[in-house]
Design a protein around this ligand. Structure first.
Ligand code: ATP
Ligand code: MG
Length: 416
């Protein structure tokens, strides 16, 4: 029990106030016995992102970046040298898979005087405003004032300091949170919504067929958000076209990198294989055969990378190759599951998400890639699987795949 005095041992004694971001997670917290594993991954991803931020404080002490993030009951805590740094870092932290909310404020000794002073500072940042409320929570009984009393005491102190503001329980302009957890007080009046999902690295590897279009970068991001690590696979029209799509897909990879889930980009010079398919397959079916060879290549890469699924940016009916019959005729070449996270999404929804993750700007630049090569005028929209399989059986697929495997190029790697 304390009466507002610190319970910390001398070695643990807290600074009067340290600026913090409190990281709230949700699904991670629900994972039962896996919880500590998930927390560790999230902790590591937060530390990595912090290390990549150009915060003056992070360059000050050698061990600082590594020791920045720590676990407290049901939350992760990131400390900063100043409140401004915490505010600057919050949008970055909110963008990490697994983060549901980021609250920005102070960690204090459990001393009501300190809490009131910082509460006033944090609330005053919201000027101009008319109303506020206090939401206090005591995680356990190591503090002798209960939540209701805390609400009243802190509310009263704020009202005295801000006589023109009214206390309002529903929809106040500002909500000041006070949490008493494990011997410390946390005070905040600002919270940013995070992207949610699960921490990266918690689900295993997938291979995403990554074009320079709008859809596939969003599809890759969706899988990252669910904890998967992504190997991007891009089919270039080289040597039949220039390698200009490769430049664009690398820019897209760089945009996805801060999420932490893109491991590398593999490039396949695919033009000569398309030319051979175009020579051997009836025009209406060409696209399905290009895509079957792409998927077979993706399986090959998946095997090398220990990936357990393929991902594409397809959306039902968007183009001829994305009808149910054609999807079936393509998927039949694969043994791994093919995930299409955008299958039910409209283009406008996908564009909105591409803008949020900042890949849209590159996806709207048109560059020739293998998609523009040897395209038939009237592609089949309802391919018959039996016909496709029988033509496929007569093609030198094994030789093609061996040549493709030899010609795979590393386009980009995380940390490049
Ligand atoms: P996106 O669908 O990404 O906007 P797109 O519209 O150019 O690109 P589609 O013809 O819709 O491509 O192809 C469907 C899916 O096939 C893409 O979402 C992507 O996963 C894969 N794909 C197409 N072209 C390529 C390519 N050149 N390299 C890698 N994957 C590709
Ligand atoms: Mg598309």
């Amino acid at each position: 029990m304390t009466t507002g005095k610190s319970t910390a041992t001398p070695s643990e004694r807290l600074a009067e106030a340290s600026a913090v971001c409190l990281i709230h997670y949700h699904e991670v917290g629900l994972k039962g016995r896996n919880r500590s594993h998930f927390e560790k991954i999230l902790l590591k991803n937060l530390a990595l992102r912090l290390a990549s931020l150009n915060l003056a404080a992070l360059n000050r002490g050698e061990e600082r970046a590594a020791s920045e993030v720590q676990r407290i009951s049901g939350r992760l805590l990131v400390r900063f040298a100043s409140l401004e740094e915490a505010f600057a870092a919050a949008p970055e932290l909110a963008d990490i898979p697994g983060v549901v909310r980021v609250s920005i404020g102070y960690r204090l000794r459990q001393d009501l005087g300190l809490v009131n002073a910082r509460a006033l500072e944090l609330v005053a940042r919201h000027e101009p405003f008319d109303s506020f409320k206090v939401a206090a929570r005591r995680a356990n009984t190591d503090f002798n004032i209960n939540s209701m009393e805390l609400n009243c005491l802190i509310g009263e102190a704020l009202s005295n300091a801000l006589p023109d503001k009214k206390v309002q329980m529903t929809n106040p302009d500002v909500c000041l949170h006070v949490e008493m957890i494990q011997g410390a007080a946390y005070v905040y009046a600002d919270t940013q919504k995070g992207i949610g999902g699960l921490p990266l690295g918690s689900a295993g590897n997938v291979v995403c067929l990554l074009s320079t279009g709008i859809d596939s970068p969003v599809a890759a991001w969706r899988l990252m958000k669910r904890g998967a690590e992504v190997i991007g696979l891009h089919f270039s029209g080289r040597p039949e076209t220039s390698g200009s799509s490769e430049y664009l897909v690398q820019r897209i990879a760089e945009r996805l990198e801060p999420y932490g889930g893109l491991k590398k980009l593999v490039i396949v010079p695919f033009g000569s294989f398309q030319r051979q398919i175009a020579e051997l397959v009836p025009p209406a079916l060409r696209v399905i055969f290009y895509r079957r060879l792409m998927f077979a290549t993706a399986e090959l890469v998946a095997k090398r990378e220990r990936a357990k699924a393929l991902v594409t940016g397809e959306s039902l009916g968007q183009v001829a190759s994305q009808t149910l019959d054609n999807i079936r005729a393509t998927d039949a070449v694969c043994t791994l599951p093919v995930f299409r996270p955008l299958i039910g999404s409209d283009k406008l929804e996908i564009i909105e998400q591409a803008q949020k993750i900042k890949t849209f700007v590159f996806s709207t630049e048109t560059q020739e890639d293998c998609c523009t090569l040897f395209m038939p005028r009237n592609p089949e929209t309802h391919a018959r699987l039996a016909e496709v399989e029988s033509i496929w059986a007569g093609l030198p697929v094994e030789r093609w795949l061996a040549e493709i495997a030899d010609g795979l190029e590393q386009g980009w790697e995380s940390g490049d």
